[in-house]
Write a protein that binds this ligand. Sequence first.
Ligand code: 13P
Ligand code: 13P
Ligand code: MG
Ligand code: MG
Length: 369
Amino acid sequence: MKTTISMIKADVGGFPGHVSVHPELMKIAEEMLAKAKKEKKITDYFVGKCGDDLNLILSHTKGVDNKEIHSLAWDVFKAGTEVAKKLKLYGAGQDLLSDAFSGNIRGMGPGVAELEFPERKSEPIICFMMDKTDPGAFNLPVYRMFADPFNTPGLVIDPTMQGGFRFEVYDTVQGRKITFKTPEEMYSMLAFVGSRSRYVIKRVYPGPGNKVPENEAVCCVSTEKLSQIAGQYVGKDDPVAIVRAQSGLPAVGEVLEPFSFPHLVAGWMRGSHQGPLMPCSMEQATPTRLDGPPRVVALGFQLADGKLVGPFDIFADVAYDYTRQKANKIAEYMRRHGPFEPHRLPEEDLEYTNLPKLQEKFKDRFSKI
Ligand code: 13P
Ligand code: 13P
Ligand code: MG
Ligand code: MG
């Protein structure tokens, strides 16, 4: 029997502003999912949060893109929105772009990452949640986990990993996709995924010779772009991802290692600034300094017949103190640029903000040089 892990997230109201999820929202989600578990609609669940994003981690046997599962998540977000409205939380229902559920939550605002697979003898998974950034923030770490031998020693010394991995990459501008095989096409792939505002890694599959079959995705990232759905800025796309680990796949430590480098990601204040990605515990994921810096939380689980054994809140570990310190230093450095690039995003990445309105307002004041 196959297990499906669905990570579905939405910002349905921040407290205060865009900082965190109010305990009442966590409570209603917890209650509704406990009921769904009791009624055997899902096998297990965990309610997580990262900044102002409410993250539902669901395990079940219904496969990906399942209507009942998506509808359950939608109902939780709807109920959360009602609570948020009562408490007048900031941006109540922010990520729910429609009033009626259409059968699939994708394209309706919330972010979704799902994997379906037969559980191995032991099945460690890491569920990542980010706030104040967008799906492209996963490009660098996911590339490093599965394709960089300087990050992942297994690529060099585990014979079952020598066949490499295949990366499914989405072009979010033209709505098309492509698959690259590493290590053979590593340079070409980097030419694309280095442009992280446009090309995003959606899934990773094992290459030939791996213990995991080649058609079984081992990593999935939510790639929903809110602005492209809504046509205007309605908050960042604060992504999530699921990664399976060990036994032919990167070990847990290899999956986590890329996050020891606080790389620059797009997001932060008003979704319009570059800032360092700071790994932290779920409790520490409260972006306050200029609504940041952007955060990443990693929850580790062992799956046991669909039961989510965990979570282990990984970045709470002291091993990431140095990275946090470095992220704070980089945040300080970037902040000193104020409204100037490269702190502020380049013009083309601001097309859904208020900047175009300002350009329109002043267009007649320009004269030819
Ligand atoms: P596996 O090949 O069993 O995943 O072991 C690798 C490991 O755990 C190294 O840290
Ligand atoms: P969120 O996307 O997390 O709601 O943040 C929006 C924002 O404007 C932060 O400054
Ligand atoms: Mg928000
Ligand atoms: Mg958010």
